[in-house]
Design a protein around this ligand. Structure first.
Ligand code: B16
Ligand code: MG
Length: 219
């Protein structure tokens, strides 16, 4: 095992609540709909524009907007979101993550980010984690979002490591599917049943450690 490909939202920090708050505000102000709570998990790993399309679909107004108007709405949501994540600090790193990254550094395992978020560099900076990652795959440069493997393939490629020698870590079903399709081994963080496609599932980020990675590889 030579590399670890990290999802960001839900693995390094919990930004789903900020995404949901920003989408809820936009939906209420601009589309006149209240989003049900389920949208918080339904939009995990889904790209910005695809999230908006799903929300418009829910509101039954998809056909009323031009591509330019959709872009404007997506930008407005991003303004709300960026404002919210500006308050992120080291205290917002999920349990066990810093220790896990220290262990990987110690064992000279390369780390990359495979996130759908175009805000990944800013989030890493605010969390003080940028230096742990040799690469951040650019979601703007990949053809297909998760569950397609593209972002994980791009992350492994930027590290210069074969995906088969990598482990991907994800909290979303679409993300686990993407990891498996890339050829990397998948560790899911969350519900065993929901993430059953993963090679191994742990309940929280606290259980992530180097030993678990080597065990997953040995199986
Ligand atoms: P942005 P991940 C995903 O990140 C989020 O889970 C998803 O809710 C969000 O819409 C997407 O990034 C795009 O984010 O609007 O910041 O570009 O889970 O793939 O790290
Ligand atoms: Mg995620």
């Amino acid at each position: 095992m030579k590399g670890v490909l990290f999802d960001l939202d839900g693995i390094l920090t919990d930004t789903a609540k900020f995404h949901f708050a920003a989408w809820s505000r936009l939906a209420q102000e601009e589309l006149g709909v209240i989003l049900p709570a389920e949208f918080e998990s339904e939009l995990k790993g889904v790209s910005r524009v695809d999230s908006l399309v799903r929300i418009m679909d829910y509101a039954g107004i998809m056909n009323n907007y031009s591509p330019a108007e959709i872009k404007k709405l997506a930008n407005k949501k991003n303004d709300y979101y960026v404002k919210a994540i500006s308050s992120l600090t080291r205290a917002d790193i999920l349990p066990g993550i810093t220790e896990f990254l220290d262990e990987l550094t110690e064992h000279q395992v390369a780390c990359a980010i495979a996130s759908a978020s175009k805000n990944a560099p800013l989030i890493l900076k605010n969390l003080g984690l940028s230096d742990y990652f040799a690469a951040i795959a650019d979601p703007a440069k990949v053809a297909h979002g998760k569950p397609a493997p593209d972002i994980f393939l791009a992350a492994a490629d930027t590290l210069g490591i074969d995906p088969k020698e990598c482990v991907g870590i994800e909290d979303a079903v679409a993300g686990v599917t993407a990891i498996k399709a890339s050829g990397a081994l998948a560790i899911g963080v969350g519900d065993t049943q929901e993430l059953k496609e993963a090679d191994i599932v742990v309940p929280t980020t606290n259980e992530l450690d180097y030993k678990l990675l080597t065990q997953t590889f040995a199986e």
